[in-house]
Structures are given as structure tokens and as C-alpha cells.
Design a protein around this ligand. Structure first.
Ligand code: ZN
Length: 136
């Protein structure tokens, strides 16, 4: 694991602290940290409710990045408060891929020794042409 992944993992671990918000909701089960092409680090935590509302930590980190005017992710790490490196879910893989075409090259830490790109984790993205034609 390189120095950047170590730094991202440290940040993801630091914020992955599950806490109860109410009898209906928790947050922080997962923490995510990413670094952009501009060398900025953004992070986010998950939120969950007992009626299936909530967001993945990756979604939160990506929202923070987008809020700051960036979209190209170089590296990303997610970590569970249960003590495990997480691979992003399918929904997050799609989001990472769709917010910037260069994110096919985003490197994701899968476990202590394995790094995979979004292209490897998501070989085909969801209905690209329909989405593109809608926004032209
Ligand atoms: Zn997700």
C-alpha cells in the first residue's frame, strides 16, 4: 500500500465510527476518503435509517468533492467501523464512473494488498447513451 492510500485509510478509519442518531437512524458505519486530481482529500460517512433511507460514505465524500468544484478521483478508500476495508457498492461504482469520464482510472483499495480501478470494478456502465442524449 502506497503512502497516499495509507493517508486515505487513516482518514477513513478516523471517521468510521458508528453512532446512533435516534431510534430510527445511525451514521458512521462506513467512512470514505478520496483524493482528487487537484490533490485535495474529501471524506464522508454513511447514514442509515430503519426504512432504508440513507447514503453510502462514498456518496457523502463525492458530494463534498463536487461541492468544491472537483470531480476527478485519483484514489479512494472506504472503511467499515467493524474494522474492514470496504469495496464500494454497485451504486457508488456507477456514481464514481459517471461524475467524471477519467474516473475509469480511479484506483480503489479493495483490501490491504489489492488495488483495482473503477474500470475493473465496473466493466460496463449503466445506459450511457440514454443519459448522454437526455442532456444534449
Ligand atoms: Zn455505495
Amino acid at each position: 500500500m502506497d503512502k497516499t492510500f495509507k493517508k486515505l485509510l487513516e482518514e477513513a478509519k478516523r471517521i468510521a465510527i458508528k453512532r446512533r442518531l435516534s431510534e430510527y437512524a445511525t451514521c458512521g458505519h462506513v467512512g470514505c476518503a478520496l483524493i482528487t486530481k487537484g490533490s485535495n482529500i474529501y471524506s464522508g460517512i454513511s447514514s442509515d435509517t430503519n426504512c432504508a433511507l440513507g447514503n453510502c460514505a462514498e456518496f457523502s465524500a463525492i458530494s463534498e468533492m463536487l461541492k468544491n468544484g472537483e470531480s476527478e478521483i485519483v484514489k479512494l478508500v472506504s472503511y467499515s467501523s467493524k474494522g474492514q476495508i470496504y469495496s464500494p457498492c454497485g451504486r457508488c461504482r456507477e456514481l464514481i464512473r459517471m461524475v467524471d469520464n477519467n474516473n475509469v482510472n480511479t484506483k480503489v483499495l479493495i483490501n490491504e494488498t489489492t488495488v483495482m480501478t473503477i474500470k475493473e470494478l465496473l466493466p460496463e456502465m449503466y445506459i450511457t447513451k440514454v443519459v448522454e442524449s437526455k442532456w444534449k
